[in-house]
Design a protein around this ligand. Structure first.
Ligand code: ADP
Length: 280
């Protein structure tokens, strides 16, 4: 269990997190969303015990993360700056960290599917592979809590998907926080959303409880959908309709399928969370 208790954090007395209170009962993926500068990284650093909160405290399984070296070993924190030494090969770099922090580079390399790159220097890797290699660093050892700061930013879709799948499989037993300013990702990975805006917690709960504004969806189908739904239009092969929520989308899909048409794809064309971030 993680308890963030009345936490305010500052940099040189400028308060950037204001009285955050959240209690998370157990395993799962929790996505931390917020515009750039909202305080996501500061929150992660505070949870990880790297930054001392100005007031309040963070407790993981009842232990204060700032005051306990022991509990910090259970926490894997991937900052968005994390990178491995450029002159080392993937294997050398991970062996190096394993010699300091403990753990096993072999299993981390396997977990991230980096076997064929393990003898390449970090400097020779593509940006996506560099990121995967950095992610491998926090898998050297067993952890109970993972804090992944924007693990999928600047990654091409296949690597992003790999990281998302890994988070989902880990989440059966572990607690995973992952931050993103890509609002779409929230729906794909997690139904638990923590929304931070200007250093304040503005929402914590299920994704579907988050108030959204009407948004457009596009449906690709093998039949003309115009006769089924009034008010829609075709654009780039998608039949576009405006919906209020997921439920309405589900009803539309049902109706299309009942008409005997096939659906190839349903896309959210607008960002349903945009309204929440307005006024950035
Ligand atoms: P996010 O991760 O949501 O983009 P951050 O936690 O990085 O937000 O930043 C929150 C605020 O704290 C921003 O206004 C940023 O300028 C400020 N900040 C972040 N790191 C530092 C630092 N090391 N020193 C001073 N101010 C900082």
């Amino acid at each position: 269990m993680l308890r963030i208790e009345d936490v305010s954090s500052d940099y040189e007395r400028r308060e950037v997190l204001h009285s955050i209170n959240i209690t998370l009962p157990g395993p799962g993926v929790y996505v931390v969303l917020g515009p750039n500068g909202a305080g996501k990284t500061t929150l992660f650093r505070t949870i990880a015990g790297v930054l001392k909160p100005y007031t309040g405290a963070v407790f993981f399984n009842g232990v204060n993360t700032y005051h306990s070296n022991h509990i910090r070993k259970d926490i894997g924190y991937l900052s968005h700056f994390t990178s491995l030494p450029e002159e080392m090969t993937v294997r050398q770099a991970l062996d190096f960290y394993a010699s300091i922090e403990g753990g096993n580079s072999e299993s981390a390399i396997r977990k991230l599917g980096l076997e064929e790159f393990e003898n390449l220097k970090i400097s020779k890797l593509s940006q996506g592979l560099k990121k995967l290699a950095s992610v491998a660093k926090i898998f050297l050892r067993e952890r109970k809590l993972f804090l992944l700061d924007e693990p999928t930013s600047n990654l091409d879709p296949s690597y992003s998907m790999m990281i998302r799948d890994m988070m989902l499989s880990l989440a059966k037993e572990k607690m995973i926080f992952y931050s993103s300013h890509n609002l779409y990702e929230a729906s794909n990975v997690s139904d638990q959303v923590i929304l931070i805006k200007e250093g304040r917690l503005v929402f914590f709960g299920k994704r579907e409880e988050l108030k959204t504004r009407s948004y457009r969806i596009g449906i690709r189908s093998d039949k003309d959908l115009k006769p089924l739904f009034l008010g829609g239009y075709y654009e780039k092969g998608y039949y576009v309709l405006t919906v209020k929520d997921k439920e309405e989308t589900a009803e539309i899909i049902k109706k299309v399928l009942e008409s005997g048409a096939r659906i190839y794809e349903v896309r959210e064309l607008d960002n349903p969370l945009e309204e929440v971030f307005k006024g950035e």
